[in-house]
Design a protein around this ligand. Structure first.
Ligand SMILES: NC(=O)c1ccc[n+]([C@@H]2O[C@H](COP(=O)([O-])OP(=O)(O)OC[C@H]3O[C@@H](n4cnc5c(N)ncnc54)[C@H](OP(=O)(O)O)[C@@H]3O)[C@@H](O)[C@H]2O)c1
Length: 251
């Protein structure tokens, strides 16, 4: 991936940190985007030292249109054209479907589905204009394939299912321009988003029993899939949803 420039959203914690490191391990320069800028600064410093690539932290809210424009213009000015995009930022609000508010629903759709769509659109439009190929990786979820057996997660399961099928649609539309669009569908992995729920009595055991490998994932276990889909190794792969889930969706 040397000579390529990757953007990872939600790079201030959890799987986003691992996606960013995966691109850096592959040799790409990396733009880190999330709202908590100080965390991005710290990670950028660590990554520059460890991987010897250029890293640009940008504090931004990707549900805000002006922030999407700013991420792109700043990246282009500082590093060059973004040609690898990892749409990772996401939220999973819990609540009973019969009571969930319109605001909670709208916020989840805005971050999990609308932001990846328009960030992908903006970056792909620039690549198409310049005749450059690219890669887009959407982080969906096993819960984009089926309902949760553990939590009440209507906005999450609906938005992640939407993101999985958006992946296929964009892959088909942009194949002619050499832009491969794929998704990674993680299973249960402890992060800031999931730790609290995993710690509740009985939940870890239930999640483990639903997973053929019999354990939760480690955040760094996402790296291999990111490297595969972002690099030359994945050149003939587009429109796929790659499960990194310990077999959760296999039965
Ligand atoms: N962990 C799992 O078990 C699991 C399983 C399946 C799928 N996933 C998916 O993996 C992705 C990462 O999840 P995670 O577990 O790593 O959760 P996490 O640690 O909570 O990370 C979520 C990231 O999204 C960022 N974010 C939230 N709102 C944002 C906004 N408006 N603008 C920009 N960035 C925003 C957060 O940063 P700031 O707060 O700094 O903005 C944070 O970096 C999500 O899409 C999630 O659905 C996770």
């Amino acid at each position: 991936m040397r000579g390529h420039i990757g953007l990872v959203t939600g790079a201030s914690s959890g799987l986003g940190v691992e996606c960013a490191k995966a691109l850096a391990i592959g040799g790409a320069d990396v733009v880190l985007a999330a709202r908590r800028g100080e965390r991005l600064q710290t990670l950028a410093g660590e990554m520059r030292k460890e991987y010897g690539v250029r890293v640009l932290p940008i504090a931004a809210d990707i549900t805000v249109e002006a922030d999407l424009e700013r991420i792109i213009s700043h990246s282009v000015a500082q590093l060059g054209e973004i040609d690898i995009l990892v749409n990772n930022a996401g939220i999973a609000p819990t609540g009973r479907a019969e009571r969930i508010s319109r605001q909670v629903w709208d916020d989840a759709i805005a971050l999990n589905l609308t932001a990846p769509m328009f960030l992908s659109q903006k970056i792909a439009a620039r690549l198409i204009e310049r005749g450059k190929p690219g890669r887009i990786i959407n982080i969906t979820s096993v819960l984009g394939q089926g309902a949760s057996a553990v939590y009440r997660l209507a906005p999450y399961t609906a938005s992640k299912a939407g993101l999985a099928n958006l992946t296929r649609q964009l892959a088909v539309e942009w194949a002619q321009y050499g832009i491969n669009v794929n998704a990674i569908s993680p299973g249960w992995i402890p992060t800031e988003a999931t730790e609290g729920g995993i710690a509740k009595p009985g939940n870890r055991e239930k999640m483990e029993s639903l997973t053929p490998l019999g354990r939760l994932g480690l955040p760094e276990e996402i790296r291999g899939a990111v490297i595969f889909l972002a690099s030359a190794a994945g050149s003939y792969v587009t429109g796929s949803v790659l499960a990194v889930d310990g077999g959760y969706t296999a039965w």
